[in-house]
Write a protein that binds this ligand. Structure first.
Ligand SMILES: Cc1cc2nc3c(=O)[nH]c(=O)nc-3n(C[C@H](O)[C@H](O)[C@H](O)COP(=O)(O)OP(=O)(O)OC[C@H]3O[C@@H](n4cnc5c(N)ncnc54)[C@H](O)[C@@H]3O)c2cc1C
Length: 233
C-alpha cells in the first residue's frame, strides 16, 4: 500500500473476498467484503473498485463505503445498470467467495457540522456512512436528509433513515404521487422548508443534472458556495 501526499488519495491494490452479496432494492446490491488490515478511510469516502475476474481487473469504478472505518468488514451499496454492460452489470453475477480489488481511497464529502443533506438515488451512499457515524457519536441532532428518487421502490435504506431521522427524512418522488412523500423534483421550496437555525452546511450528492439543479436552488435561497459540500456521481 502506498500513501501519497496527504489523506486525499491513498493508492493500493487489495484483493478482498465477498462474504455477502444481496439485493437491497430491486436494482441496488449490498456487498459486504473482507476489510484489508491497512485500509483507512473517512465516512463519506469512496474507493476505486474492480472485479477480480479475468478481463475485469482493470475496469475501475468508484464506489462509496457504506460501512464505518471501525467495522471489521467493508460494505458497498451499488446501483446496477444492466444496459451499460459494464462493471455494475457484472457485479450481478458474483457470489459469496468471489473477490473485488480495491485500488484507492478518495472523496471530497466529509461531515463538517449540522445541515441539510440532499441526495439523488445512489448518491445517498456517502450520507449512509456519515449518518452511521453520527449515530455512533450520538450527534444526529437537527441534521436532515432530502432524498430524491423516481419511485418508493428505489429508496435505499428507507426504514433505517426513517428510524434515525423521523420527520427530518424527506422523500421526493418524481414518478409516483404517494401521501407523505413530496411529488416531483427537489425544488427551492422543498429545501427552504427544511432550513432552520441548525442549518449551517448543505451536502449534495447525486447525478450531475440533479446536482446542478439543487445547487441553483441553493444559490436562489442565498446559500453561498463555501457552505456547500458536494460530490457528483
Ligand atoms: C466518487 C464516486 C462515488 C460513487 N459511489 C457510488 C456508490 O456508492 N454506489 C453506486 O451505486 N454508485 C456510485 N457511484 C457511481 C458509480 O461509480 C457508477 O454508477 C458506475 O461507475 C457505473 O459503472 P458501470 O460500469 O456499470 O457503467 P458505466 O461505466 O457508466 O458504463 C459502462 C459503459 O456503458 C455505456 N453507457 C454509459 N451510459 C449508458 C447509458 N445511459 N445507456 C447505455 N449505455 C451506457 C458506456 O459505453 C460505458 O463505457 C459513485 C461515483 C463517484 C464519482
Amino acid at each position: 500500500m502506498y500513501r501519497f501526499i496527504d489523506y486525499k488519495f491513498i493508492a493500493m491494490k487489495e484483493i478482498v473476498t465477498i462474504s455477502t452479496i444481496e439485493h437491497l432494492t430491486h436494482d441496488v446490491l449490498r456487498i459486504i467484503a473482507q476489510k484489508p488490515a491497512e485500509l483507512s478511510y473517512n465516512p463519506g469516502q469512496a474507493a476505486d473498485v474492480s472485479i477480480n475476474k479475468v478481463g475485469w481487473e482493470e475496469e475501475l469504478r468508484p464506489f462509496t463505503f457504506t460501512s464505518l472505518p471501525t467495522d471489521d468488514h467493508i460494505e458497498f451499496n451499488i446501483k446496477t445498470y444492466p444496459s451499460h454492460k459494464g462493471v455494475t452489470n457484472e457485479l450481478l453475477s458474483l457470489h459469496t467467495g468471489d473477490a473485488l480489488i480495491l485500488h484507492g481511497v478518495f472523496g471530497d464529502i466529509a461531515y463538517k457540522g449540522e445541515g441539510v443533506f440532499i441526495a439523488g438515488g445512489a448518491g445517498v451512499t456517502p450520507f449512509v456512512a456519515i449518518f452511521k457515524q453520527l449515530e455512533v457519536d450520538n450527534k444526529i441532532g437537527g441534521n436532515k436528509l432530502i432524498f430524491a428518487n423516481k419511485t418508493k421502490a428505489d429508496i435505499i435504506r428507507e426504514d433505517e433513515f426513517k428510524k434515525l431521522l423521523g420527520n427530518n427524512f424527506i422523500n421526493v418522488l418524481s414518478d409516483e404521487n404517494i401521501e407523505g412523500y413530496e411529488h416531483g423534483y427537489i425544488s427551492a421550496e422543498i429545501i427552504k422548508k427544511q432550513i432552520d437555525e441548525h442549518t449551517t452546511y448543505y451536502y449534495l450528492c447525486g447525478p450531475p443534472p440533479m446536482m446542478d439543479a439543487a445547487e441553483k436552488h441553493l444559490h436562489s435561497l442565498g446559500i453561498k458556495d463555501d457552505v456547500i459540500i458536494k460530490e457528483a456521481f
